[in-house]
Design a protein around this ligand. Structure first.
Ligand SMILES: NC(=O)c1ccc[n+]([C@@H]2O[C@H](COP(=O)([O-])OP(=O)(O)OC[C@H]3O[C@@H](n4cnc5c(N)ncnc54)[C@H](OP(=O)(O)O)[C@@H]3O)[C@@H](O)[C@H]2O)c1
Length: 328
């Protein structure tokens, strides 16, 4: 069988990590990259041995050799880049956050359904062995009934107002960048949507959330306590608290290898390392879906990506935070 042929839009940092991840996938071939500039496409193409090097995203989308495109541009471009590719008949794996808001994500999902093509949010955390193990433990009742999730994803980047973390034009701020991992984890564990949300954020000089804290209450009274930031550093851990015990998801909870299960007066360390660099698992899921003619993944369903964005919209509304790109 022919390998599934991948193209990448946007030759930046995560595109390189994903290209490395693809190199661990037996059934994949990275055949094309699209950049805004030819020399960037050429440099990336040389580094990752990619034969087709396009100087525009449009050319990448029209490349007849490409089956599926990985969209790796800043947040504000996810919708348009994904739609460009889907309209050209390509399957799409789009980086997180799936879009700037739920309305944009709905447009992407509508386009996927209209064109009959596969679409998925690149929430790689969900496909990792340790997260699968975590879900199994919760499902099996290893900690009784899950009552609380605590998680933090806060890091401190340098003061570069034009960077994608701080610039409103590129969809900066902690919630969109890393808060989406927190909400995806709680959605995975507790279902959605919470029936109440309380949150506070510090909106910094550039007009994006530099740090934020959220408390979500779910219908059965379960709570999620979450913090995200781009200008403060925290341990990047998650703790699940159940009626009969606890599970600690060790640093970094969004691509963990180790869990500690504390229950029945005992502590068990569970190792569940990932192979490759971790990005290979989401790529394998896309390939599995394409081979099975499935238009979305059961592990990261489109309705759930939409629900998470609706929740992010709701949280941002509490802060009065909007972005320039939301006004079109
Ligand atoms: N899953 C993960 O672990 C993970 C990690 C990091 C980032 N991400 C996500 O991946 C996306 C890209 O992040 P990144 O860290 O790779 O960013 P990056 O290094 O800045 O790369 C983004 C690329 O997008 C293209 N681009 C198009 N329009 C642009 C514009 N106006 N300004 C800057 N770049 C533009 C550029 O590629 P060309 O010059 O080739 O066109 C650029 O190199 C974000 O949505 C982020 O949330 C995910």
């Amino acid at each position: 069988m022919e390998p599934v042929k991948w193209g990448i839009i946007g030759a930046g940092a995560i595109a390189g990590s994903f290209a490395e991840g693809l190199s661990f996938v037996r059934d994949a071939e990275l055949v094309a990259v699209g950049s805004r500039a030819q020399d960037t496409a050429d440099k990336f193409g040389e580094q990752w041995d990619i034969p087709h090097r396009h100087d525009s995203y449009e050319k990448l989308a029209r490349d007849p050799d490409v089956d599926v495109v990985y969209v790796a541009t800043p947040n504000t471009f996810h919708r348009d880049n994904s739609i460009l590719c889907m309209k050209a008949g390509k399957a799409v794996l789009c980086e997180k956050p799936f879009a700037m808001n739920a309305r944009q994500a709905e447009q992407m999902v509508a386009c996927a359904r209209q064109e009959g093509v596969f679409l998925m949010e690149a929430m790689w955390m969900r496909f990792l062995p340790a997260i699968a193990k975590l879900c199994d433990l919760v499902e099996e009742g290893a900690i009784g009934e899950l009552r609380m999730v605590k998680a933090d994803f806060c890091f401190r980047i340098g003061w570069e107002p034009q960077s994608r973390w701080l610039s409103p034009e590129l969809g900066g701020g902690g919630l969109l960048d890393v808060g989406c991992y927190l909400l995806s984890l709680t959605s995975l564990l507790l279902g959605e949507p919470p029936d109440d949300v309380a949150s506070l954020a510090h909106i910094g000089e550039t007009g994006v959330d530099e740090q934020a804290a959220m408390v979500l209450r779910y219908p059965e009274g379960q709570l999620a306590l979450l913090t995200c930031a781009v200008r403060a550093n925290t341990p990047h851990e998650a703790v699940l608290v159940g009626t009969e015990g606890r599970i600690r998801v060790h640093h970094p909870f969004w691509h963990p290898s180790t869990l500690t299960l504390s229950a029945g007066g005992k502590e068990e360390i569970i190792e569940a390392p990932y192979e490759g660099n971790g990005y290979n698992y989401e790529a394998e899921e896309v390939i599995r879906c394409l081979r099975a003619s499935e238009k979305e993944s059961e592990t990261m369903p489109l309705e759930e990506s939409l629900a998470i964005l609706r929740l992010m919209d709701r949280i941002r509304a509490q802060w009065g935070l909007t972005y320039p790109s939301e006004h079109d």
